[in-house]
Design a protein around this ligand. Sequence first.
Ligand code: PMP
Ligand code: GLN
Length: 480
Amino acid sequence: MTAYRYRADVLAQLWSHGVQPGASTPPELVHDFVNDLYRYELRRLRDRLVRGEIPKPGYYARVVALRVKYPLVSLKPHEWLAADAQGPTPKAGTIPSMVPTVQSKLPSSGVSIFATMTRLANEHGAINLSQGFPDFHCEPQLLARVARYMWAGHNQYAPMPGQPALREALALKYERVYGRRYDPVTEIAVTTGATEGLFSAITALVHPGDEVLLFQPAYDSYVPAIQLSGGVPRFVTLRGPDYRIDWDEVRRTISPRTTVILLNTPHNPTGMIWTPDDIRELEAVLQLTGAFVIADEVYEHIVFDGARHESLARYPAIAERAVVISSFGKTYHTTGWKVGYCLGPAAIVAEILNIRQWITFSVNGAMQLAYADIVNHDPERTSVTAFYQERRDLFLKLIAGARFTPLPCRGTYFQLLDYSAISDEGDMDFALRLIREHGVAAIPITPFLHDGARAGRVLRFCFAKRDDTLTRAAERLVTV
Ligand code: PMP
Ligand code: GLN
């Protein structure tokens, strides 16, 4: 067996990259491996340059630094070996070891801003108006029903597409509330929260190189899902204070490669809602493109001031190429249960099911049955609309004396507040200072933005909170 004796300086270099060749590891093999590491880092740098995260001069400086970090790639493999390369034959059983390195498929996504701000709020004992979840209980009838179904034995895998009773209930609800009849067997899928529905729908429809048109600020789960499918996100920017859609920009952004238009109404984080005019514009745009539509409608019942939720399910010409996605988490104060659903044409839903069966394949059965009862009992769920409008109005009243300026909030349980009368800081810095110095946690908008778009001086506050939480937070906000 050939034994290789590597130069000491080469070995030290290899060790610094986490590579430990044994005496029987051919240098050609290790060379390829190190070359891959080098090219991977170079590719990441290039991606950051393209995304505008580093300027050109900074990019070149980093490329040079990378050459310095990897001097080995410019040597030929045989030059790595000591002059008397043929050392002693290694003992039988010596295993050549090379430590593998993880190559992230999502190198630029860190921990979500929601988890980050909630952690900081807990660390600083701040009042948490950041991550969107209620700090009050869900309804006792819902708990009682889940318990009853669990005691009745619904504790094993539920059918993969969802409990038939829940899909029937959703079919009836959509017919009654939005006027479209979806086939409960072929056109409705229950998912592990809207997040899994979105992920499966994007994975089902987006192929490498396909473009997805979406609106920013964009909810954080969209872009990673697009990227994992090899898709290219193309953004249309919504601008404050109204965050209305610039339809000319939409028309300019559509291309022959646009495969999906991804929208969210009511919109997190801005509170903007789609109007009948927006729907008409979308209908016109769809005549120019073969794109599908994915609509994230998780806040479907949280729409204020008498406005109507413009579900795509209401519009046959759009609905026949659209996936509508929603979640029980928002509507029933149960974000932690993670039950959501998708509705759409049978061909798309079949592909969504095909994909999601390899992710979680089955959703908590007892909870599905409980939701089925409660949806059948009250499909319109108008009480939650009134409930959150009161929360919004209470929050606005409580902060009326503050130097924050509220932006229009037409839906969702988030209120944007403009702080430009208080500070020139960027939103990330200001959000951190608000936690540390004033004990209130909110969400900055920058993480919802891409391609260098700027957030402006606004933060998002969640008002899905008890009176006393909102009151204590407001007492602090009026002193900022
Ligand atoms: N889309 C939007 C716009 C959201 O705000 C959220 C959650 N807050 C989701 C999707 C995810 O919903 P779920 O918790 O049901 O996965
Ligand atoms: N959607 C929730 C929000 O916007 C958070 C969900 C999450 O933590 N990923 O705050």
